[in-house]
Design a protein around this ligand. Structure first.
Ligand SMILES: *Cc1c(COP(=O)(O)O)cnc(C)c1O
Length: 229
């Protein structure tokens, strides 16, 4: 059986290879370990290999794990769909929220984040390849949303997040163009440095197109079993 440490080393190696092929610095892409459906003990074991950033999709499951692992210095990312009535927990318990696609969500997170906390890091989710089933704003809305969200207190808009259809490599390139456009056009005093894209099956393509954070579940933890949920 392959250990979590082996799996993580393999993923880090693939990321380093992809960076090399793309002519990018090997430390220019961060690894977010997507741990949804996996028990807290598995996260603890992954933490012991040096992993610090973990991504969760389901709020109640995430809150339970945050509680159980409160002795660890985990950086918690919420990568699921953000429901308007659940923003308070996100504002209080997480370091990052990747799935923001409307101003009202950002406003609620901003007002619910405590003044004495570090700013909550946000990514604007873009429906880059116009999938019916996917969340995210349309690309044409990005400029205006960035302008408005970047003015809110207690949050830091860090960049974009996309989940293109499997195999849609062009969508990664389109996301990168959009990301660079915002960087060039909005000289707001934030840290616009994150392009969250790429998963187990397509992280090399995403890195090649400019991803700065890959969200990897299966390649780290193995297949997910949803029957227990
Ligand atoms: C589940 C999930 C992932 C991880 O997918 P894998 O294919 O298991 O690597 C990444 N991003 C989001 C938004 C997810 O929901």
């Amino acid at each position: 059986m392959i250990t979590l440490r082996d799996a993580r080393n393999q993923v880090l190696e693939q990321m380093a290879q992809a960076c090399k092929q793309a002519g990018r610095a090997s430390d220019s892409v961060a690894l977010l370990a997507v741990s949804k459906t996996h028990p807290a003990e598995m996260l603890r074991e992954m933490y012991e290999t040096g992993q610090r950033a973990f991504g969760e999709n389901y709020l109640q499951e995430a809150l339970d794990k945050i509680e159980q692992l409160s002795d660890l210095a985990i950086e918690w990312h919420f990568i699921g769909h953000v429901q308007r009535n659940k923003t308070k927990h996100l504002a209080e318990k997480f370091a990052w929220v990747h799935g923001v696609d409307r101003l009202i969500i950002a406003e609620r997170l901003s007002s619910q984040r405590a003044d004495q906390s570090e700013p909550l890091n946000l990514c604007l989710q873009v429906n880059i390849d116009a999938q019916d089933s996917k969340d995210g704003c349309v690309p044409a809305e990005v400029a205006e949303l960035v302008k408005q969200i970047s003015q809110l207190p207690n949050i830091q808009l860090r960049g974009l997040m996309v989940i293109p259809a499997p195999g849609n490599i062009d969508a990664f390139k389109q996301a990168q163009v959009l990301f660079e456009q915002v960087k060039a056009q909005h000289k707001y005093p934030g840290q616009w440095d994150t392009l969250s894209m790429g998963m187990s099956g397509d992280m090399q393509d995403a890195i090649n197109a400019g991803s700065t954070m890959v969200r990897v579940g299966t390649a780290l933890f193995g297949a997910r079993d949803y029957s227990q949920k």
